[in-house]
Design a protein around this ligand. Structure first.
Ligand SMILES: [Zn+2]
Length: 255
């Protein structure tokens, strides 16, 4: 081993270290972008739940209305620095924003590390997961999937066009059986979840939606059983599992 180390050309070693540093720096920049998107997604989710507009002028505290300084807008850092409270009135900053920032900061570099080095595809995955994360948050809080979201989602097809047949098949493959099932039995998934499988399937194509459906069902079953048998509650919000399924799909099958 030592003999091997002595034989390494210093120039080669320097190149390897430089490449490693470049890669690390690049992943950190991606992570920073991820945390910014996560922060925006978290704020969007909260504003929709509170029935407020996304754009309400400069970022401010909802309680004392004080405008946030530049260092209070840095994702992750600002929450930790301020210990989760407003600088002026000590109002608690919702932890959900921090969770969103942390999730996207961690998840985004993994998208790159899975081998997806195509900028258009990376942007597509980035936006799609951002949108789904907002929907997951809304579903958990108020059990609703806003109808206009399906249109935004379907617009993303422009970044991931695979041929009209693939998209139409994707839109129908899971949507139709679930729609018939919920229509005949008047039970099962909510209408919002069913429509989401339609729009998501249209954007991603039939192979992807089949895998995402499988991942989502597989992940939700233990939680649904726990809620039914230990908490006596029927049904769990399903959009979070569709989001988890989509993340797993992009990480393991998304190239
Ligand atoms: Zn305040």
């Amino acid at each position: 081993m030592i003999a091997f180390l002595f034989k390494i050309n210093p120039l080669f070693l320097r190149t390897v270290i430089m490449k490693g540093c470049d890669q690390m720096l690049f992943l950190m920049i991606l992570s920073l972008y991820g945390s910014i998107v996560g922060s925006f997604a978290g704020v969007c989710g909260m504003r929709i739940v509170q029935k407020q507009s996304f754009y309400t002028g400069r970022s401010h505290c909802d309680k004392c209305q004080s405008v946030l300084k530049w260092y209070e807008l840095i994702p992750l850092f600002s929450f930790l620095y301020l210990k989760g409270r407003c600088r002026t009135c000590q109002q608690v900053i919702p932890k959900e924003i921090f969770v969103f920032e942390l999730f996207f900061a961690s998840f985004t570099p993994f998208l790159w590390l899975t081998g997806n080095h195509h900028w258009r595809l990376l942007l597509f995955q980035f936006l799609l997961i951002g949108l789904l994360a907002v929907l997951a948050y809304i579903d958990i809080k108020i059990q609703l999937v806003p109808n206009q979201v399906h249109l935004w989602l379907m617009c993303l097809v422009l970044l991931n066009y695979q041929g009209i047949q693939t998209h139409i098949k994707g839109g129908l493959l899971i949507f139709v059986p679930l729609f018939i099932l919920s229509w005949v039995t008047a039970e099962g998934m909510g209408g919002g979840d069913v429509k989401l499988f339609g729009s998501l399937g249209f954007v991603l194509g039939w192979k992807a939606i089949l895998l995402i459906f499988s991942y989502a069902v597989f992940c939700s079953l233990p939680i649904a059983m726990y809620m039914k048998f230990y908490k006596g509650r029927d049904g769990v919000p399903f959009v979070p599992f569709i989001t988890i399924g989509s993340c797993l799909f992009f990480l393991f099958n998304g190239r």
